[in-house]
Ligand binder design. Structure first.
Ligand SMILES: Nc1ncnc2c1ncn2[C@@H]1O[C@H](COP(=O)(O)OP(=O)(O)OP(=O)(O)O)[C@@H](O)[C@H]1O
Ligand SMILES: [Mg+2]
Length: 437
């Protein structure tokens, strides 16, 4: 896409005062403006040779060698993520966050560190955010000051403009690993205990319904994609997502993405509506990338009406918090806690909980979903310290030997009724102490 006239301002892009602390040289704003003008006279995509030609046409006395040297940074400033592009391209970078022109943070897998990148001034950051949003086919302006979208190269963009972000434009960029990670790679990386891999394979093969839970950036989407990659290749998988992120390695995948309305709110298509459409598309497996609103009602309804093997992610800090999170989401869709318990206990089988801390991202719990009286519960089956009370039940559902829990663990024994056996709670219907049903 040619984008020669975005009006990004600021004295320089990518380090205002010559070489930055990490050796980056700035791109002179005057030069940038001239090249934009030169580019605006041609058509077609802005490729490196096109930028070099535009530089020559800009009458800047750089010579061919100078033009070749400056062209990549100019190209990034014109069409990529500007001075941020070099960070996004760095192997191992997962997040790039902009809090202001001189406050750029980067996560290379070991937490956030300040990056020595300068973006000029607030106007330049805002222009960059607007241009990135436009590249994702979305608008970002005073009337529509927040955007969550996926850039053409797969990077997820979140941007907020003032006054919603009072101190200035905020950008949050999430870089997916170029090729994702399959289950073997997650095991090799120490993110999934080796002994749990068979359990996870069986969860997918037996078409249990599961949610991957965890805190922000704990690896939920990555784990979900890796598990989808274990599905039978003959299955038709329908993905419903807000900003398309999941890239499962499967031959038969179709994707529905939510659409955000215009300023008047006209034209929006929400995830809940998309889940209902997905059911008309003959899915063998329905996937909701992230349950964060009323779509939870439609997903649970689908799972309760014969759509086995459905899955998704949900934000929760511990596996035990998942019921409360689902209740909160159900409330957004008008489901009261009791209705939610009834729906979720019979729709969902398993929760896979992830944690991210200083040691990295890892799966810390496999749990079974059930009910205890009127209460939705998530009961540990596998934990870092060994099998939990629901292991025996999970093993039975997966045709595994309950007496042989994954390495280093010994068998536990709390019983959950199998999926489908949950019945609507009746007022005044006391559950036996400790019983799950
Ligand atoms: N086990 C892992 N090892 C290394 N990198 C990982 C691992 N899991 C995820 N990542 C990387 O960490 C980043 C966050 O992962 P992911 O998007 O899957 O997290 P998430 O929990 O879905 O985040 P969000 O809360 O934003 O939805 C991505 O760049 C991803 O490629
Ligand atoms: Mg995610």
């Amino acid at each position: 896409m040619k984008d020669a006239g975005t009006g990004e301002s600021g004295r320089a892009v990518g380090g205002a005062d010559g070489p930055g602390p990490d050796g980056e040289e700035g791109v002179d704003e005057r030069l940038l403006a001239r090249v934009r003008t030169a580019l605006s006279r041609s058509s077609g995509p802005v490729t490196p040779p096109v930028v070099v030609d535009a530089l020559r046409a800009s009458a800047e006395p750089l010579g061919t060698a100078g033009a070749l040297r400056v062209a990549p940074r100019l190209g990034a400033a014109l069409v990529g993520a500007g001075a941020l592009q070099v960070l996004l391209d760095e192997p191992g970078v997962t997040d790039v966050l902009v809090n202001g022109p001189d406050a750029v943070w980067v996560d290379r897998g070991r937490g956030l560190r300040r990056a020595h990148v300068r973006l000029g001034d607030e106007a330049a950051v805002r222009a960059l955010a607007v241009r990135l949003a436009a590249g994702a086919g979305r608008r970002l302006d005073d009337a529509s000051p927040c955007v969550d979208a996926r850039l053409p190269d797969g990077v997820r963009l979140h941007a907020v403009l003032p006054p919603v972000s009072p101190a200035g434009t905020l950008l949050s960029l999430r870089v997916p690993r170029r090729e994702g990670m399959d289950l073997d790679q997650l095991v090799a990386a120490g993110s999934v205990p080796a002994g749990w891999a068979l359990v996870l394979r069986r969860v997918v093969e037996h078409r249990l319904a599961f949610l991957v839970s965890g805190g922000t950036s704990s690896g939920k989407t990555t784990v979900l994609a890796s598990l989808l990659g274990l599905a039978d290749p003959r299955e038709r998988v329908v993905l419903v997502e807000d900003a398309g992120e999941l890239q499962p390695r499967l031959p038969h995948v179709v994707r529905l993405e939510a659409r955000h309305g215009n300023v008047e709110g006209v034209g929006s298509v929400g995830l809940d509506e998309l889940v209902r459409h997905a059911l008309r598309m003959r899915p063998d497996r329905l996937v909701v990338g992230e349950c964060r609103g009323a779509e939870v009602r439609d997903l649970l309804a689908a799972l309760n009406t014969g759509h086995d093997g459905g899955c998704g992610t949900v934000h929760a800090n511990t596996a035990a918090d998942v019921p409360a999170r689902l209740e909160a989401l159900g409330a957004l869709a008008g489901l009261d806690a009791r209705a939610l318990t009834t729906q979720a206990a019979s729709a969902l089988d398993v929760v896979l909980h992830l944690r991210r801390d200083a040691r990295g991202r890892r799966m810390e719990e496999v749990a079974l979903v059930g009910r205890r009286g009127d209460e939705l519960v998530v009961v540990p089956a596998l934990t870092a310290s060994g099998p939990g009370p629901a292991w025996g039940d999970l093993a039975a559902r997966l045709d595994l030997d309950p007496g042989q829990p994954p390495a280093g663990a010994s068998a536990g024994g709390e019983r959950l009724l199998p999926r489908g056996a949950a019945r609507p709670a009746v007022a005044g219907d006391p559950a036996p102490a400790g019983a799950l049903r």
